[in-house]
Write a protein that binds this ligand. Structure first.
Ligand SMILES: *Cc1c(COP(=O)(O)O)cnc(C)c1O
Length: 398
């Protein structure tokens, strides 16, 4: 079927939760996608920071195929070897001691919110349940994570929100400290804000946050759903900031495109979850865990972390050159391949012009072009994208 026919059917049957573009991708390989009409696209969004290994990485495909033929699903009432192995891999490469598995970023954050409340109730009583999060943060679309999110556009229409969330400006430790009350149990932050416009905190911010948490006995939860799994050139973004959280959530890129989420924690906090307190039917099933194991091993075997740092610097450099040419480019900021280009104009038109010329771009927070391509992106692919972007910018300038 042609793209046009799919779009017609989509209008008829799919709820309009997304303002979808008229593009129907049906096949992917590396950084490239092809639509139902055979048109090729260079993908600089990577499924919103999901396809870190590119589309259909052969090792992920093989892991999924092999596991699908063995055992796809089995209840968490039983022991699941792939889940155990994945937990060991994640814990041995991070600060964490234990893992809980679910199916998405929002669910991972739900688990973190519930764990923080349970731990604090166990140790300090039922009044300590408030969680401080940041303005312009994004933590998901479920009711608890919408309440945690610091963006009005995500929250409106859904009152009453879940009680117990306070929002403070990001990158402002004094504001955070001032917001702590006797009812506060945790602080939840993205190490780098993604949806909020690729906001990188100043050096020293997280040391202050850690000190405040220690002083007041608060859990420090890092939402690494978008920035984890090598995106920044380290396996986890917290490694850039010389700070250790108590709890961390991951999802997007964890299983090479298969739906998964996880909440990792130090033992001290993890033990607050006992049988009956939390769960997920699909969470950590053999199929997705096999994909996640293959994803992590591939990141290691292919030396992707060092490569990401290098290629990220190259992309930032090329974007900065463009920035010097066009006055509406305000700033280029990024770590690894988590890159934002702040504009003084809305970015929506640039994105649609990109589509026409065969490159998938993204705008977040209205005026920030966000570049989160697969970590395997090549210099040639970057050059091609830059050339196209240059052409688009030249039109915008008029
Ligand atoms: C995408 C995202 C989420 C939500 O993940 P879903 O899988 O869509 O539920 C949560 N936090 C951050 C930082 C994200 O980028």
């Amino acid at each position: 079927m042609k793209s046009e026919q799919w779009i017609e059917k989509s209008d008829k049957y799919i709820m309009k939760t997304y303002g979808r573009y008229p593009i129907v991708p049906v096949r992917g390989e590396g950084c490239r996608l092809w639509d139902a009409d055979g048109k090729e696209y260079l993908d600089f969004l990577g499924g919103v920071a999901v396809n870190n290994l590119g589309h259909c990485h052969p090792k992920v495909v093989k892991a999924l195929q092999d596991q699908a033929a063995q055992l796809i699903h089995c209840s968490n009432y039983y022991q699941i070897p792939q889940q155990i192995e994945l937990a060991e891999l994640l814990c041995s490469h991070s600060f964490a001691d234990k893992a809980f598995f679910c199916n998405s970023g929002a669910e991972a954050n739900e688990a973190a919110i519930k764990l923080a409340r349970k731990y604090s109730r166990d140790t300090s009583g039922p009044e300590r349940y408030e969680i401080i999060t940041a303005a312009e943060s994004f933590h998901g679309r479920t009711m608890a994570t919408v309440s945690a999110t610091g963006q009005e556009k995500v929250q409106r229409f859904f009152d009453p929100l879940l009680h117990g969330f306070t929002h403070v400006p990001f990158n402002d430790a004094a504001a955070l400290e001032a917001a702590v009350t006797p009812n506060t149990c945790a602080v939840m932050l993205e190490p780098i804000q993604g949806e909020g416009g690729v906001n990188i905190p100043s050096p020293g911010y997280f040391q202050e946050v850690r000190r405040i948490c220690d002083q007041h006995g608060l859990l420090l939860i890092f939402d690494e759903v978008q920035v984890g799994m090598g995106r920044t050139g380290k396996l986890f973004a917290y490694e850039h900031f010389d700070v250790i959280p108590d709890v961390m959530t991951l999802a997007k890129a964890l299983a090479g495109g298969a739906p998964i989420g996880t909440m990792l924690a130090k033992d001290k906090f993890a033990t607050a979850f006992v049988p009956g307190t939390h769960g997920s039917t699909f969470g950590g099933n053999p199929l997705v865990c096999a994909a996640a194991i293959a994803t992590i091993r591939t990141i290691q075997e292919e030396g992707l972390l060092n490569r990401t740092e290098e290629i990220g610097e190259y992309l930032v450099g090329e974007l900065e050159k463009l920035g010097e040419k066009y006055s509406f480019v305000k700033e280029v900021r990024g770590i690894g391949l988590m890159i934002g280009m702040g504009l003084s104009i809305p970015g929506a038109e640039i994105v649609t012009k990109g589509h026409a010329r065969g490159v998938l771009l993204n705008v977040t927070h209205d005026t920030v072009l966000r570049f989160v391509p697969p970590l395997i992106v090549t210099k040639q692919e970057i050059n091609k994208m830059i050339e196209i972007l240059d052409g688009i910018f030249a039109e915008v300038e008029i």
